[in-house]
Design a protein around this ligand. Structure first.
Ligand code: CDP
Length: 246
């Protein structure tokens, strides 16, 4: 929700990038992107380009942060200084990055079987190379893949996407210009197996009915997002299986 003259976000029933209200941007995930990490992946979600890397579990340090019952998750979301045209340079531990790191960490506290690794820490890094709206959602989605590839046991594979409102129309997966000028923006993360909502934030106002409708749109899109995540996780194993067949 930015200032300045509000551009027309809908033309002939289509969004500026040609999508219908319920269309996702194109999503591609490359698994095992960072060889040094225990698990990693790279996502292109529309014009967002994001890397997620997981290290651990390893002994939590400093010792006073250790939880004798379970592992702790440390998460750092960051935007590269060259990741966006307008607000470049605003990187490092700013308020927004701290908030996104916190909500992302909470998503994974719901997904990872933390009590398997008492006293240890799991480090999750999310680096936005190019940002175009919805980076927290794309970051959570790719981090799920990285976490699964690290071999850390999870009870579910969270995905995330946002839903918002332009005028009286609900739209899925807002890009930056839509994010800036929409009347509402609600990023959501879901645990698909349990159908639990593991993240819900809201900028602007939605009615109860719109929230219900929005959740239905998110769950429908979630089938596609989950499928792309699962294919990315399976790909490295399928490559190995192929090699043994020859
Ligand atoms: O990325 P997300 O939608 O989760 O977060 P946001 O705070 O609603 O930001 C929307 C978009 O604004 C981001 O995706 C970036 O494209 C852009 N942005 C930026 O370029 N620099 C910032 N410091 C903050 C946001």
């Amino acid at each position: 929700m930015g200032g300045g003259e509000k551009p027309e976000l809908f033309k002939d029933g289509k969004r500026l990038d040609g999508r219908g209200p319920e269309d996702l941007r194109e999503i591609k995930i490359i698994p095992d992107y960072i060889k040094n990490a225990d698990g990693s992946a790279y996502i292109e979600w529309g014009n967002n380009k994001i890397i997620a890397a997981v290290y651990g579990p390893q002994e939590a340090l400093p010792k006073h942060v250790q939880d004798p019952q379970r592992a702790i998750i440390k998460c750092r979301y960051q935007m590269a200084p060259f990741s966006s045209l307008e607000e470049h340079g605003r990187t490092g531990p700013n308020r927004r990055a701290t908030e996104i790191s916190k909500v992302t960490k909470e998503v994974f506290e719901n997904a990872v079987l933390l009590d398997y690794f008492p006293g240890s820490e799991i480090n999750l890094y999310i680096e936005v190379l190019q940002g175009d709206g919805g980076t927290r959602a794309a970051g959570i989605t790719v981090a799920s893949v990285a976490m699964a590839l690290s071999g850390i046991p999870m009870r579910d594979l969270p995905y995330s996407v946002s839903v918002g409102k332009v005028g009286d129309k609900l739209i899925l997966d807002l890009n930056k210009i839509e994010d800036n000028y929409s009347d509402a923006d609600m990023p959501i993360a879901m645990s698909p197996k349990s159908n639990d909502i593991v993240l819900l934030q809201m900028d602007g106002n939605l009615t109860k009915e719109e929230i219900k409708q929005g959740l239905i749109m998110v769950q429908k899109a979630g089938e596609t997002i989950s499928r792309i995540q699962r294919e990315a996780i399976k790909a490295p194993y399928e490559r190995i299986a192929e090699r043994y067949k020859k």
